[in-house]
Unconditional design. Sequence first.
Length: 201
Amino acid sequence: MFKFLQWNMNGFYNNYTDLELLIKEQSSTVITLQETHLSFNTAAAVPKQYSAYFSNLTKNLTSKQGVATLIKKDIPHKFFPTYCNISTIAVEIFIGFKLTILTVYIPPHQNFNIKELRDIIRPIQATVIILGDFNAWSPLWGSECTNQRGKIPEDLILAENLSILNDVSPTLFYTQFIHKCRPGPLLFCYRPQTKQANYTI
């Protein structure tokens, strides 16, 4: 069985020990990380059983944001460069069939549109799994309310025939002192082009 782990880790170095614990517990095949807080063209040491790819926007002058994808070294894979204004990593793996993993992060202050998202997924011919934090809310993926940003992934899902794979279990918990309108689980979509894959959440 192939396991996928997605985590908005809020700092790669700050939470590296927790990442090691998750790897030991889950032994995930693919790990996608958002908010690594590593600047453009910066890599970091990772557990030896993984190959790692890091990315941040060139225009981001701070070490905030950033995404990473970790793939177990025994899984055949290749990295695809992406050219867009959204922090994205694309890696194609082969697990009996080709599967492209997209790791995406869009911070709350960044505007985006459906064309930008389409431009990321449309060139890809293989099955696609999108794991990301869009800071977008919609009941479709478990939010208790909707924001304007949530309508853009909703439109993409309908336009590109995507399916939502995540359930509605919360992935972010708030205390009583914080606004009760919590975001739903991170958006987790699948573009089916094969009947060879089964999944559980």
